[in-house]
Design a protein around this ligand. Sequence first.
Ligand code: BG6
Length: 484
Amino acid sequence: MKAVASKPTPPATLVIFGGSGDLTRRLLVPAIANLCNDGLIGNDLQIIGIGSREGDDAMLRELLDEFAPKGACWDSLRSRITYLAGDFTQPAIFDAVKDKLGEGNAAFYLAVAPQFFGPIVESLAQAGLMEETGSRFRRVLIEKPFGHDLASAQALNARILKVVDEAQVYRIDHFLGKETVQNIMVARFANAWLEAVWNSRYIDNVQITAAETVDVGTRGAFYDATGALRDMVPNHLFQLLAMIAMEPPNDFGADAIRSEKAKTLRAIRKPTEDEAKTDAVRGQYQAGKVDDRKIKAYAKTDDVAADSRTETFAALKLYVDTWRWAGVPFYLRTGKALAARDTEIVITFKPVPMALFRDTPVDDLPPNRLVFQLQPNEGVDLGFMVKKPGPAIQATTVSLDFAYADHFKIGGRTGYETLLYDMLMGDQTLFQRADQIEAGWAAIQPILDAWAKGGPEPYKPGSAGPAGADELLARDGREWHQLG
Ligand code: BG6
């Protein structure tokens, strides 16, 4: 994330492990082509795709054609894409990469299953591919999931950091590539009035939601071993929480921002054994419909155990134990096959003192609410109290809303543009540092432990999740912001 005007990336080779896979075809390569169209990628960027299927450069280029934005940039970029077929569990492929690469800058993107992250980084280092000599950089990008729990994340970090430097590691959380997520920081720190009320004196509670209408689809094998909590919370939702709850960094430098975020994540109170039972709710969708789409029960999904206890919905109540946030509950929820696609952060302010209105017909003033809408229809909405016209003092809420689309040209982006650009420029701000990852896992470890027993509550597709999620808030006298 650059604080200054952008210039084109330096000459480099992007080596993608999983070069013919879905992520590369749909998101990574189109993002590079978009950057090229923006004049941000020089004509000296080379791409090497590595995959297990037999094939040559022409095969890969044809595969990539499908999702790439067409035009002069793509024609030129396409001619600089080459393919290497091989098995990345064997040393031979790393020798082949070395021969092909030569001496220049390189970034290795691990778009592969997580069990290969550690071994590939070790093999790259063993082959001398991670050595940074003179001004040449060698970087590795690692997709999620980074670990399966606290112990495995710590072990993976240790394994990687034994052979490469933290400054060479770019752990991806694709939520940080979303323009509206990055906007939270600007909204907070560039608006004096907002920062002034951004604390427990004025804020009653924060709700963070990532609801999806899609079901698990063809990802049964991955999802059944993962579940909603691991898939979305310590990474995506905690990144949103950190953006909302962090203290102002001293500057826009990567480490200043990442240190503030890590500090915030470390401040998430670890639930006790009892709290992990009462303050965390899990659900699993049954058979039903989302709109007109038929959804089969999660347990009937291909590659999912018929008696699966994996959750497809998770809701949590957490506290961030800092001076600023003492006593303010953060409610988080995420799930599949829900009523609406809705990624949002809702800040509910405390009510005003009622004394002023005691002799008027105003007997109930709803609290002000600020909503960061991240998906779909990106924007910000502030509920503002106004007087209804007429002789009596009557108040009502109107919406001061800002839609991104009304002011800026958006769309046609894959969400990986900024991440890839920043990585090539050596800016780690939007990438997770080892301590952030571990702080995220540490915060949910008590819940993972508690959930080793028992099972999820069923919920209907097209609903807002299981009844337990509503009860979690009802116990505190609150309600979830309505989905959609
Ligand atoms: C991924 C999860 O990291 O994020 C998926 O593995 C989820 O299960 C996806 O669907 C959500 O991302 P987005 O950008 O579509 O909100």
